[in-house]
Design a protein around this ligand. Structure first.
Ligand code: NDP
Length: 444
């Protein structure tokens, strides 16, 4: 079976030669599926893998907009609709200068399995643009979002493809995009999630990915006789996922001592004061460095490598390939027992293998950060029913979903003789549901 899997990987390499991030996730997923394909030759026969690694369709489009100096700027927009076996395409949009099709395809591919793991009826997709919201005025962001949506609206719809936020796309950007969609179509529809509370948004959506990460990690720790209580936690990033992961970890008695951004990290041995972080990042949209200027005793370190700080639990919540083998070695040497992946693909494949070898428990991104998309789907359900659920109701459903996801990963790993390998468990559990649906729907 290893030979067949290698053939699939070779096909992906040939077709997507200049997309290393996409190839990285394809390789990671496929190598863990070997025993499943062995047990289910019908999947091989039906070309399930060849079909899975090829998006159903993808769009690239020009996004022209006028900056505050009256100058025309041009960015490139993307939407990849990867797999609709389980439901309408669902997945966020990322605005970041590094975005190109290889990043969107890696995120879209991961999204298929993540959405499957939630147990909810959603397929996988992802989009974005190489636009950098950092340093732009609100008006510039609005004009960009309007131009982006003018093109994107041709391809999306509440029963077809429902985008949401990701890096660089928060409540402000979703609001501008929603307004433009409504203007163009004349429809007030649940076509985007992450909307504002009061106009179709769900309570607890803002918190969902970060809280969900901690619920998943809590279950993983519990299964191994551990908990967050009294643990030292390092978090990379200080955006949406990082902030709410920090909040919930603190509620569970952990001491979060580090948060970061792409320039550096702050260390506060007394524990991060989250109200200060929220003011800096959510209100003022400033750099994490400010934290050390406002909190006595806190220190700013001018290098974006928070993993050099000793911790019990590492929560990478910034970007892909944040932790390579060298950083993983430092974490292990410093006594780290668990990694909860808040960001998508935050560890290289080699770093993940190293953690596994050293007995560090890894909560893999496609399972551990699925809380965001899960609550997005709950937002869709509320929109369809014209209902608004309370914060407590949504949070409780989120906790239940994350607990079930952990169990699914744990059970699948055990079933295939890989106990404790939650990464393989997540890939297998996510894959099985999609593969069965694809089989039932014929060759399409
Ligand atoms: P935000 O844009 O809110 O925050 C991103 C954070 O990551 C910022 O602090 C940013 O710092 C930092 N960062 C970005 N690039 C780098 C880098 N190269 N090195 C170090 N730090 C960096 O994004 P989110 O919190 O929404 O997303 C974070 C991760 O979580 C992403 O991988 C995303 O795909 C994933 N995710 C998000 C979900 C959501 O609901 N938002 C759902 C599931 C996954 P700076 O300001 O300097 O750029």
């Amino acid at each position: 079976m290893a030979k067949i899997v290698q053939q699939y990987i070779d096909i992906a390499k040939k077709r997507n030669a200049n997309e290393p991030e996409f190839l990285q996730t394809v390789e990671e997923v496929l190598t863990t599926l070997e025993p499943v394909l062995e047990a289910h030759p019908e999947f091989v026969e039906a070309g399930i893998i060849e079909r899975l690694i090829e998006p159903e369709r993808g769009f690239t489009f020009r996004v022209a907009w006028i900056d505050d100096n009256g100058k025309c700027q041009v960015n490139r927009g993307f939407r990849y609709q990867f797999n609709s076996a389980l439901g309408p395409y669902k997945g966020g949009c990322r605005f970041h200068p590094s975005v190109y099709q290889g990043i969107i395809k890696f995120l879209g591919f991961e999204q298929i399995f993540k959405n499957s793991l939630t147990g909810l009826p959603i397929g996988g997709g992802k989009g974005g643009a190489d636009f950098d919201p950092k340093g732009k005025s609100d008006n510039e962001v609005m004009r960009f979002c309007q131009s982006f949506m003018t093109e994107l609206q041709k391809y999306i719809g509440p029963d077809c493809d429902v985008p949401a936020g990701d890096m660089g796309v928060g409540g402000r950007e979703i609001g501008y995009m929603f307004g433009q969609y409504k203007r163009l179509t004349g429809q007030f529809q649940g076509v985007l999630t992450g909307k504002g509370v009061g106009w179709g948004g769900s309570l607890a959506r803002t918190e969902a990915t970060g809280f969900g990460l901690i619920y998943y990690t809590r279950e993983m720790l519990k299964a191994n006789g551990e908990s967050f209580e009294g643990k030292k936690v390092v978090i990379s990033g200080s955006g949406n996922v990082a902030i709410y992961a920090c909040q919930k970890a603190q509620e569970y008695g952990a001491k979060v001592i580090v948060m970061s951004d792409s320039n550096g990290y702050v260390i506060d041995e007394d524990g991060i004061k989250l109200d200060v972080v929220k003011q800096i990042k959510e209100v003022e949209r400033k750099r994490i460095k400010e934290y050390a200027e406002r909190v006595p005793g806190a220190k700013y370190v001018d290098t974006p490598n928070p993993w050099e700080v000793p911790c019990d639990i590492a929560l990478p919540c910034s970007t892909q390939n944040d932790i390579d083998t060298a950083k993983a070695e430092v974490l292990v040497k410093n006594g780290c027992i668990a990694v909860g992946e808040g960001a998508n693909m935050p560890c290289t494949n080699e770093a993940e293998a190293y953690f596994l070898e050293k007995g560090v428990w890894v909560g893999p991104a496609k399972a551990a950060n699925a809380g965001g998309v899960a609550v997005s789907q709950l937002e869709m359900a509320q929109n369809s029913q014209r209902e608004e659920w309370t914060f407590e109701e949504v949070d409780k459903k989120l906790d239940t979903i994350m607990t079930k996801i952990f169990k699914a990963c744990d059970d699948a790993a055990k079933e295939y003789g890989m106990e404790g390998n939650y990464l393989a468990g997540a890939n297998i559990a996510g894959f099985m549901k999609v593969a069965k649906a694809m089989m039932a729907q014929g060759v399409v």
